[in-house]
Design a protein around this ligand. Structure first.
Ligand code: NAP
Length: 319
């Protein structure tokens, strides 16, 4: 049997992402053993019941002792404090990484605490769902999804390559870029879309002219897909917007300009502008499907109900 690239993986946080890493690392033999921990006793208990780690320990410090790969799978706002907590317990030569959706702030929060001799390689698997907790994870989450590494300049290239190999073993495609660039790209591809979803679902909820039952009943007309995104974890997303203020503000400024242009086009009955934009955006959707980032199936691949088993009797013209 081939020796796994890492001996001991320490997972701090075993929610959607941490538990998916645990499941995938096991399935792909990417590590010899997994030690896991979480903040609450109830999550730690659940991880034991699920049997997705070899050992579950009670503290972050205990989790990292003897680990050659440590991955923080916790909300962005917690990473600095946890880095400080584990610093003195890290094994020399260990790789320390994370999965946070924002990179610049995490590097600013974590790097000052990490001792010389450990290698810090921040990462962001661009894969997820709107669910949270250890039950929400699954081994296939990262397959054919991107994992973006943002190694700080001057960092250990061999450590970055080893972490890259780990993510490839879990099925991900790996890209490397600066933290600043990551935060700008993700602001437009993920953070602002989530903000729009939170806004539109909130606005619909506030409308008194449209009752709540109508919003729910007719949600298939586009609103339903916003509600899925707006169901994402409140703690995670609060932290993302606090941590990526610069990237989000820059993209929101552009978005607001474009929204104002579109508002004007509707106001002025400028159908040409509307048609041109919608044609351009349809091509972008086709491009996403072409590169395998989404399903070409109608209604995003949702199962469609069958016709009634007994067809209705034909209606004749004379009736
Ligand atoms: P999640 O399901 O809510 O899980 C978070 C985990 O972190 C829980 O096990 C929680 O323990 C633990 N935790 C929180 N604070 C802790 C602390 N101080 N010490 C130890 N454990 C702590 O969250 P998630 O969706 O996996 O997200 C985790 C990270 O992944 C976030 O930084 C997020 O930005 C990033 N990410 C998320 C997605 C996504 O779609 N969800 C995608 C890519 C990246 P308890 O259960 O005991 O509170």
């Amino acid at each position: 049997m081939v020796e796994p690239p890492f001996q001991r993986l320490a997972l701090i946080g075993v929610g959607l992402i941490g538990s998916s890493i645990a499941r995938a690392a096991r399935a792909q033999n990417a590590v010899r053993s997994i030690v896991a921990t979480a903040r609450s006793a109830s999550t730690r208990r659940r991880v034991i019941e699920l049997g997705i780690a070899d050992r579950v320990v009670e503290s972050n410090a205990a989790a990292v002792a003897g680990a050659d790969l440590v991955i923080l799978c916790i909300p962005v706002g917690q990473c600095g404090a946890v880095a400080q907590e584990i610093a003195a317990h890290l094994q020399p030569g260990a790789i320390v990484s994370d999965v946070g959706s924002v990179k610049g702030q995490i590097i600013r929060d974590m790097a000052p605490h990490l001792p010389p001799g450990v290698h810090f390689v921040p990462a962001h698997p661009v894969a997820g769902t709107e669910h949270s907790g250890p039950d929400a994870g699954f081994a296939e989450l990262f397959i054919d999804r991107w994992c973006i590494l943002t190694p700080p300049p001057g960092g250990d290239a061999d450590a970055a390559e080893r972490l890259s190999a780990f993510w490839r073993a879990l099925g991900a495609k790996v890209a490397t870029m600066s933290a600043e660039h990551h935060d700008l790209v993700l602001a437009i591809t993920s953070h602002v879309p989530h903000l729009i979803a939170y806004t539109i679902v909130g606005t619909a909820d506030d409308l008194s002219a449209v009752t709540r039952s109508e919003v729910l009943q007719y949600s298939a007309g586009g609103f339903r897909d916003f509600t899925r995104i707006a169901a994402s974890d409140p703690t995670m997303w609060r932290d993302v917007f606090l941590a990526n203020k610069a990237g989000v503000m820059e993209m929101l400024a552009r978005f607001n300009q474009d929204l104002a242009r579109l508002t004007r086009a509707i106001e002025e009955g400028d159908g040409v502008s509307l048609f041109d934009l919608f044609t351009r955006t349809r091509a972008i959707r086709r491009g996403i499907v072409d590169i395998g980032q989404d399903s070409p199936a109608p209604d995003f691949g949702r199962p469609h109900p069958g016709l009634p088993a007994t067809p209705r009797p034909a209606v004749s013209d004379s009736e």
